[in-house]
Design a protein around this ligand. Sequence first.
Ligand SMILES: Cc1cc2nc3c(=O)[nH]c(=O)nc-3n(C[C@H](O)[C@H](O)[C@H](O)COP(=O)(O)OP(=O)(O)OC[C@H]3O[C@@H](n4cnc5c(N)ncnc54)[C@H](O)[C@@H]3O)c2cc1C
Length: 314
Amino acid sequence: MRREDLTHMAELITTGEIRMDEPMKRHTTLGIGGPAEIFVRPGDREELLRLLRYAAAEKIPVQLLGSGSNCLVSDAGVSGLVISLAGTLNHLTIEGDRVVVQAGVMLGHLVRRCRAAGLAGLESLGGVPGTVGGALVMNAGAFGAEISTHLTAVNVVNHQGRERRYAREDLSFGYRSSSFEPGEIIIGGEFKFPWGQEEQVAKASRLASRERKTRQPLTKRSAGSVFKNPRPDLAAGWLLDEAGLKGTRIGDAQISPQHANFFINRGSATAEDMARLIKLAAGTIKARFKVQLELEIRTLGFPRGFWEEAGLGR
Ligand SMILES: Cc1cc2nc3c(=O)[nH]c(=O)nc-3n(C[C@H](O)[C@H](O)[C@H](O)COP(=O)(O)OP(=O)(O)OC[C@H]3O[C@@H](n4cnc5c(N)ncnc54)[C@H](O)[C@@H]3O)c2cc1C
């Protein structure tokens, strides 16, 4: 990137933050990832739009990040611009059963606010450590609930800075997938939740939280489930466990001894360690069960073809 691009972008970002060569390991729950050439957390929606328009005009590649809880970033890092909405665009209003929320709000915060307002539907998603934007793109779900169920509209902006509003019926959501166009950035969502019985909502939250604490390595650095379940009745974690892969290590990357679909960073794992472990696991499952696993986590900054050669491309 040219020096003048950085200078110009720094002028556009007056209330947010902009950094050069920012280590992505600081912005992913795995604690892995090389530098983003330019890392920006826009102060508000207008700064985001100005930045996108500049990047489009100057043909600077843009990657989006929420709280980085579902991402593996390469050791080489990411060229161009990485925009993070975590900790920004975090306005939330509740009026009756309607909730209007910006994309940077943490899902846990949305869940707590809904619960306090007597609204039901999201309680079992309380432990998902993502932003609302990331959760909508991934259609985050847990214990039978999905973020998209009570969604009524989504506002997005494309990489040219053009805004668009989707009604719920214009969108489709599947298991950890959504129909947003590549490059569309979610800036906010609207929901209409059913009223909940306080005791039932509290009970569902407690159950989900207890399940997570017993089944998942929550004190370790991870990105949640690495692979999607191949079928609703066939869990990737079960296959990995059956193949005896729990505890397998490459460098400081390890398949959690507690939950085989959570791959953890024991301290100083590199993206290369993690990628080799992921490929080893997928290869083992293919050879043993003739099942091709698919990545649930999103990957950033890897060379073209890197994942495809292991059958793990999208
Ligand atoms: C301990 C742990 C437990 C987890 N449990 C669950 C679980 O139970 N269920 C579940 O579904 N997931 C789970 N996850 C995974 C993860 O938290 C979710 O997928 C979450 O919704 C990702 O949100 P994020 O903001 O961190 O997104 P990121 O990881 O930052 O990004 C994920 C993808 O979304 C894109 N993206 C992010 N924000 C936007 C935006 N505003 N507009 C457009 N694109 C965007 C990114 O480009 C990337 O492709 C877990 C993760 C951890 C670490």
